[in-house]
Design a binder for this molecule. Structure first.
Ligand code: DOR
Ligand code: ZN
Length: 431
């Protein structure tokens, strides 16, 4: 059996009570031992001196774009981008063409990812047929075929009745419903946050209540119906307050936040002079929203970090601001951005960031990942917290180059990644 010994790193895995220097032995596809000064005959040694050894990251929100939009991304390139970012398990969203709304779609993604994927892929199935918001999709059959989460992401589930039914299914099958909270009558054609910046720049604004009224609705539905409500990409201070209240009451709700909403604000839209790589849904908000998100993440009110990696082609973005597609790539910059902007200044402890990228999302998804427990699958990310690098989209494994971070200098790099006991990236290079 193949053996890999990861030596001299600082292992962070709070779920198993570890935040210490230790060696880690991988045998086959499992973690065989963690201990002091391990020496193992015939093992390939990975030198992790000066590095942090973390469970591989788990991303609950990735757009792989296959089938249908392979010019933006595909399963091969998207999973390679994930591996480069330290992600070893990802959920891919069903807003493809055709929409992943039946077993065939789920099987297609699983099979293709099994053949060409660099990391584990868990397809999310659509909540409604064709993501039209009308008829509930075959959630049970998709679940049987391997879908672990359900979402109409990209679009809100406008009908409260349909969402209520979806939560009933969630309860029945024990699967989370991940939401994109946006009331279309309030959101209108908003391209940026409604407020100072939308006014100054003459752009249509999307008010925070487009998000919060839908969150309030879904929390009330979940309170009544049960099931597991997972709120996607929360972006405002009020969203956090609503979720905190519901959690206190025992509502079965979890939520995620993106690296960009934790680190960037609407001011970047102006500073970047209408760079369409600042356009996404939900939009970048205010500094006080951003701070509330960071606090909520630190305190565990926000459970997980998810990238909402949303690759688009050059042409999709190279338009007038109001006509450009929404979204930015995130897999290959997530750890560096969060480490540089939140951990280094002391706003978020490294162990909490790692938990929000590993154990927390794994728990939400109900998969045995995000842990370095002995006997667990060997999905591992080795990180350099002292290495500075400049973001160059030309180096991305993703087909998407749409990031507002071009040229940004960030400290924190993913060095080596193991998936299922195999090294898929070493010294920053994909194998
Ligand atoms: O910015 C976004 N892009 N937000 C979404 O909800 C969807 C995503 C996409 O599919 O491009
Ligand atoms: Zn979304």
């Amino acid at each position: 059996m193949q053996k890999i010994l990861i030596k001299g790193g600082h292992v962070i895995d709070l779920g198993n009570g570890r935040d210490t220097k230790a060696d880690l032995l991988v045998e086959g596809n499992r973690i065989a031992a963690i201990g002091d000064q391990l020496t193992v005959e015939g093992a390939e040694v990975v030198d992790a001196e000066g590095c942090t050894v973390s469970p591989g990251f788990v991303d609950l929100h990735v757009h792989l774009r296959e089938p249908g939009f392979e010019y933006k991304e595909d399963i091969f390139t998207g999973t390679r981008a994930a591996a480069r970012g330290g992600f070893t398990s990802i959920v891919c969203m069903p807003n493809t063409e055709p929409v992943i709304d039946d077993e065939t779609g789920v099987r297609f993604v699983r099979d293709k990812a099994g053949q060409h994927g660099a990391v584990r892929v868990y397809p999310a199935g659509a909540v409604t047929k064709g993501q039209k918001g009308e008829e509930i999709a075959e959630i049970g059959l998709m679940h049987e075929a391997g879908a672990k989460m359900f979402s109409d992401d990209g679009l809100p589930v406008v009908s409260a009745r349909v969402m209520s039914t979806a939560l009933t299914y969630s309860k029945m099958f024990g699967v989370p419903i991940s939401t994109h909270e946006e009331d279309p009558t309030l959101a209108g054609d908003g391209a940026v946050n409604f407020g100072r910046i939308s006014t100054l720049m003459g752009l249509p604004g999307m008010p925070e209540e487009a998000e919060t009224v839908m969150i309030a609705r879904d929390l009330e539905l979940c309170r009544r119906v049960g099931g597991h409500l997972h709120i996607g990409h929360v972006s405002t201070a009020r969203s956090v307050a609503l979720i905190a209240g519901a959690k206190e009451d025992g509502v079965n709700v979890t939520c995620e936040v993106t690296p960009h909403h934790l680190t960037l604000t609407e001011d970047l839209v102006r500073e970047s002079d209408y760079d369409t790589n600042t356009k996404m849904k939900p939009p970048l908000r205010t500094e006080s929203d951003r701070r509330a998100l960071v606090t909520a993440l630190r305190e565990g009110i926000i459970d997980a970090v998810a990238t909402d990696h949303a690759p688009h082609s050059f042409d999709d973005k190279d338009r007038e601001y109001i006509f450009a597609d929404n979204g930015i790539v995130g897999l290959e910059t997530a750890f560096a951005l969060l480490h540089d902007r939140l951990v280094l200044p002391g706003d978020l402890p490294l162990h909490r960031l790692i938990e929000a990228l590993t154990a927390a999302p794994a728990r939400i998804l109900g998969v045995d990942a995000g842990t370095l427990r002995e006997g667990a699958l060997a999905d591992i990310a080795i990180l350099r917290t002292d290495q500075e690098w400049a973001v160059n989209p030309g180096d991305f494994a993703s087909k998407g180059r749409n990031t507002p971070l071009v040229g940004w200098s960030l400290t924190g790099k993913v060095e080596t990644v193991l998936v299922d006991g195999k090294i898929v990236m070493r010294g920053g290079e994909l194998l």
